[in-house]
Design a protein around this ligand. Structure first.
Ligand code: B1M
Length: 206
């Protein structure tokens, strides 16, 4: 039986090999992967996310924890996709047109996946047509990331386009603020990946 605390600590301290070994042995032993996620892996990311929000850990720690989480999720993901775990909803995420920064966007995607959401990751440099293609595939929320003051303005176009289609758009990224989100008519804003999960939870009533 997996030691949930050991797995949680391995994720939070970014010990990718340990995470892979623990998750693989849980899979080999036929353990309940929902329990593994709910009791260990998701709490690990939420806890490190909370520490990040409170400036108790910084980007490097968050990134190595996220990579360790991703290593575990890579082993579990095929089973999640096969329907063993009910998805909480489908979210499209992408960095906006003209912007190639993807580290923060990837963190948000990993946190959403870890929390039980199906994520359509559209990558970087996304125009409205790209986001729209994900909505056509059933995405209930469009999440936009931007790291540049020159590209964040495109979020207004995205928000306006999807408002007319009654699809919620949420925004984030270093230069983005709640005031900017309000100004462009976005459905929500989060300053970090953990907050993005809480935002999506509240918008979808989870
Ligand atoms: Co660039 N870059 N960069 N860069 N880069 C910044 C953003 C900059 C602030 C650096 C600086 O000058 N101090 C500056 C922007 C200035 C401005 O607009 N005011 C800048 C610039 C100018 C540029 C170029 C124009 C440089 C040049 O070529 N002259 C160029 C632009 C390229 C382009 O995109 N078209 C460029 C290029 C690059 C690299 C390619 C070298 C590289 C990106 C690599 C990659 O992403 N794969 C890069 C990097 C690494 C940075 C910095 C140093 C770090 C960004 C990062 O990854 N942060 C950055 C300086 C900085 O941010 N201090 C900088 C870590 C990441 C975890 O945080 O992305 O904020 P972040 O994500 C957070 C939250 O914001 C939030 O959650 C995440 C986790 O908590 N979040 C969301 C993010 N997206 C969200 C979406 C949501 C919710 C929350 O949806 C709801």
């Amino acid at each position: 039986m997996t030691d949930y605390n050991a797995l949680k600590n391995a994720i939070m301290s970014g010990k990718r090999n340990d995470v892979t070994a623990i998750v693989q042995s849980a899979i080999d032993a036929g353990e309940n992967l929902n329990a593994l996620l709910d009791n260990s892996m998701i709490p690990a990311m939420r806890e490190i996310g909370d520490k990040f929000s409170k400036n108790e850990v910084y980007v490097p720690e968050l990134l190595i924890a996220a990579r360790a989480m991703q290593a575990g999720l890579n082993l579990i993901e095929p089973r999640l996709a096969s329907g063993e775990r009910k998805s909480l909803g489908k979210i499209a995420i992408g960095t906006v047109k003209g912007d190639l920064h993807d580290i923060g966007k990837n963190l948000v995607a990993i946190m959403l996946k870890g929390a039980g959401y199906e994520v359509i990751d559209l990558g970087v440099n996304c125009d409205i047509a790209k986001y729209d293609s994900a909505v056509a595939q059933g995405a209930q929320i469009v999440a936009c990331s931007s790291l540049l003051t020159t590209t964040m303005t495109y979020m207004k176009d995205v928000a306006e386009y999807f408002k007319a289609k009654n699809v919620k758009v949420i925004v984030g990224g270093a230069p983005v603020t709640q005031a900017f989100a309000d100004e462009i008519g976005a459905s929500g804003y989060s300053s970090d990946a953990n907050g993005a999960v809480k935002l999506v939870d509240s918008l979808l009533g989870n």
